[in-house]
Ligand binder design. Structure first.
Ligand code: CO8
Length: 258
C-alpha cells in the first residue's frame, strides 16, 4: 500500500531532499499520488529504492515452492504485461506485475506506538515467515485500464484452519492485501474501514487460488472494492468480499498530525 511512497521517496532523496521532514514529504507524496494514480508503477530495476538498506528482495518472484499451476498462472499474467502493436513491436500492456517486499518503508521514523525494537523487527504480515512455501506465496498484477487487480495465491501448510483446509482469517488477510493494494494504487494511502467476507466453499491447503479484485466506485475519500476468490481454473467460487477503504493522511502514523 505504501510501497509507491517508498519508491518515490527514494527518487526524491537521491535528488537532494535529504533532511526534509518525513511526514511533510509523505503528505506531499500522498497528494501527488492522488492526482496520478498509475504513473509511479515502474519496473523494479528502474526504481530508486531508498529508504531500504539495499536492494530489497521482491518476494513475488517464482521460487522452488511454487507448484506448476502457480508458475503457469504467473507466466500467464506476466505475459500480459507486454503487448504487441500492429507492427509486431513490443510495448507495455495494461498489466503490471507488482513487486512485493517484506516491509513498506523500512527506515521511516515513527510508528508512534512502537518501541524501536519492535519497529526494527516489524514485517509485513504476509511476508513474515521465512520458509518458502510455508504460508503466503503470492504475486499480484494490476490492470491500470480496467482498475482491477489479480493475485495468484498458493496457500501453504502453516495456514491451516479446519483440518486440511485454509484458515478463514488467512483468506481474509489475502483479500485485504489485494483489495488494499488496488485501492492504494488508485487513491494513495488508505486504511481498511470494512471487509465483508462470505465464505462459499472450503479451500484445501496447498491450493492455488485466483483473487480477482475490481474497483466498484470512489466517493470522495471512500474507495469501494469487490473481490472474488476462486480455484485456479475459476470454476469454483470459494469466497466473495466487499471492502471499503478510506483515504488517510498518513502523518499520524509517523507521529505528527499534519
Ligand atoms: C501492501 C499491503 C496492503 C495491505 C492493506 C491492509 C490495510 C489494513 O489492513 S489497514 C488495518 C485495518 N484498518 C484499520 O485499522 C482502520 C481503523 N479505522 C480507522 O483508522 C478509521 O476509522 C478510518 C481511517 C477507516 C476512517 O476514519 P476517518 O478518516 O476519520 O474517516 P471518517 O471521516 O470517519 O469517514 C469517512 C467516510 O467513510 C465512512 N466510513 C468510515 N468508516 C466506515 C465503516 N467502517 N463503514 C462504513 N463507512 C465508513 C464514513 O461514514 C464517511 O463517509 P461520508 O464521507 O460519506 O460521510
Amino acid at each position: 500500500m505504501l510501497g509507491h511512497i517508498a519508491r518515490r521517496l527514494g527518487h526524491q532523496m537521491s535528488n537532494g531532499l535529504k533532511g526534509m521532514n518525513l511526514p511533510h514529504v509523505l503528505t506531499k507524496e500522498t497528494h501527488r499520488h492522488l492526482q496520478s494514480p498509475f504513473d509511479t508503477i515502474c519496473p523494479v530495476s528502474m526504481m530508486s529504492l531508498w529508504p531500504f538498506s539495499g536492494k530489497p528482495q521482491d518476494f513475488s518472484q517464482p521460487n522452488s515452492s511454487w507448484s506448476p499451476e502457480m508458475v503457469r498462472l504467473y507466466e500467464h499474467y506476466n505475459a500480459l504485461c507486454d503487448a504487441e502493436n500492429e507492427n509486431g513491436e513490443k510495448k507495455r500492456g495494461p498489466w503490471r506485475k507488482l513487486p512485493s517486499y517484506d516491509r513498506t518503508i523500512k527506515y521511516a521514523t515513527g510508528g508512534v506506538h512502537l518501541s524501536k525494537l519492535v519497529q526494527a523487527k516489524a514485517r509485513l504480515f504476509t511476508r513474515c515467515i521465512e520458509e518458502e512455501g510455508a504460508a503466503f506465496e503470492y504475486v499480484a498484477f494490476l490492470n491500470k485500464v480496467e482498475k482491477t487487480c489479480v493475485c495468484v495465491f498458493q496457500a501453504g501448510h502453516l495456514l491451516e484452519g479446519a483440518p486440511g483446509h485454509l484458515h478463514g482469517g488467512a483468506i481474509a488477510t489475502m483479500i485485504d492485501t489485494v483489495t488494499g493494494t488496488l485501492a492504494g494504487y488508485l487513491s494513495g494511502p488508505v486504511m481498511t474501514a470494512y471487509l465483508n467476507t462470505n465464505y462459499r466453499s472450503p479451500v484445501p491447503l496447498g491450493s492455488v487460488l485466483l483473487i480477482h479484485c475490481a474497483l466498484d466506485r470512489i466517493e470522495g475519500k471512500k474507495i469501494f472494492v469487490n473481490c472474488k476468490v476462486t480455484s485456479s481454473d475459476e470454476s469454483k467460487l470459494h469466497t466473495e468480499a466487499a471492502a471499503l477503504f478510506v483515504s488517510i493522511n498518513i502523518g499520524p502514523l509517523f507521529g505528527t498530525q499534519s
